[in-house]
Design a protein around this ligand. Structure first.
Ligand code: BTN
Length: 270
């Protein structure tokens, strides 16, 4: 049965380790709404903001995130990481593992992760992670946004996305319960976040790599901010300590760390 937004909020509030839940029927972007709340007053790390729809949902690299009411999961989580800011890309991977594992465990979907932030099923985009970091005198503050397509039918997707996107309901042929899924994603964030803060980067890297077979040996095309003009090809060789993707460049055999801001396109879908 389809879950109401009220059910989603209630279930997330029951997850141990969630400091507070902020529920908004409609926002521009959950990341931006949580940033404004954090700026307006002290809110604890571990706060989750949920929305039933977003009017200006944001994706990576300035893209729009289509966020129809009642169909997707749109949430943001506030973290104040203790580690080095250089390790911040690890948190995007953490969000993708939490989202991907929840889709697998709750919906039985066969998901793959694509560096750095994509959750993919049958070669189509199912969800993504958007991390916004701010450093201030009080220390780094990270807002990790997760978007998942859950109850969308084919015609709920905009025509231009239909060949590239999917949802858990489309994949399974049944209506998915957003409340179960939301609770599982947030439980994953809390558990993985605790482990990462205690120094278990290897455990997270293993989990991410197990869901991203293309990241250890796949052929890729890397586009930098100049798009096609700066494109080059190589072979992926796993994650470095920061969470950057190591790629052995065809041109000169050198291993290069690809960081956020660049985009990596698999040459062969796995
Ligand atoms: C991407 O794949 O490019 C990232 C998509 C992230 C979308 C989520 S929805 C909740 C949160 N709020 C936003 O504005 N974006 C993220």
């Amino acid at each position: 049965m389809s879950a109401s937004f009220h059910d989603v909020v209630r279930r997330v509030g029951e997850v141990p380790g969630v400091a507070a839940v902020l529920a908004c029927e409609q926002v521009d972007s959950t990341n931006d709404a949580l940033r404004r709340r954090a700026d307006a007053g002290a809110i604890p790390a571990g706060t989750v903001l949920l929305a039933d729809t977003q009017t200006a949902g944001r994706g990576r690299l300035g893209r729009h995130w289509h966020s129809p009411r009642g169909l997707g999961l749109y949430l943001s989580w506030l973290v104040r990481p203790r580690g080095d800011v250089a390790w911040f890309p690890r948190w995007t991977l953490l969000g993708a593992v939490a989202a991907g594992a929840a889709c697998r465990d709750v919906a039985g979907a066969v998901v793959r992760l694509k560096w750095p932030n994509d959750v993919v099923a049958r070669g189509r985009k199912l969800g993504g992670v958007l991390a916004d970091l701010r450093t201030s005198a009080g220390g780094p503050e990270l807002i990790l946004g997760i978007g998942l397509n859950v109850e969308h039918r084919e015609d709920d997707l905009p025509p231009e996305l239909r060949s590239r996107a999917t949802s858990l309901s489309i994949l399974s042929g049944t209506i998915m319960d957003r409340a179960d899924l939301a609770a599982s994603v947030v439980q994953g964030l809390v558990t993985l976040g605790d482990r990462l803060e205690r120094g278990d980067w290897d455990g997270l890297r293993e989990r991410w790599t197990a869901l991203a077979p293309g990241a250890t040996s796949g052929r890729v095309r890397v586009l930098d901010r100049q798009g096609d003009r700066g494109a080059w090809t190589g072979t992926a060789a796993g994650l470095d300590e920061r969470g950057a993707l190591r790629v052995r460049r065809d041109r000169d055999g050198r291993e290069v760390a690809v960081l956020d801001g660049e985009s990596v396109v698999p040459l062969v879908e796995r």
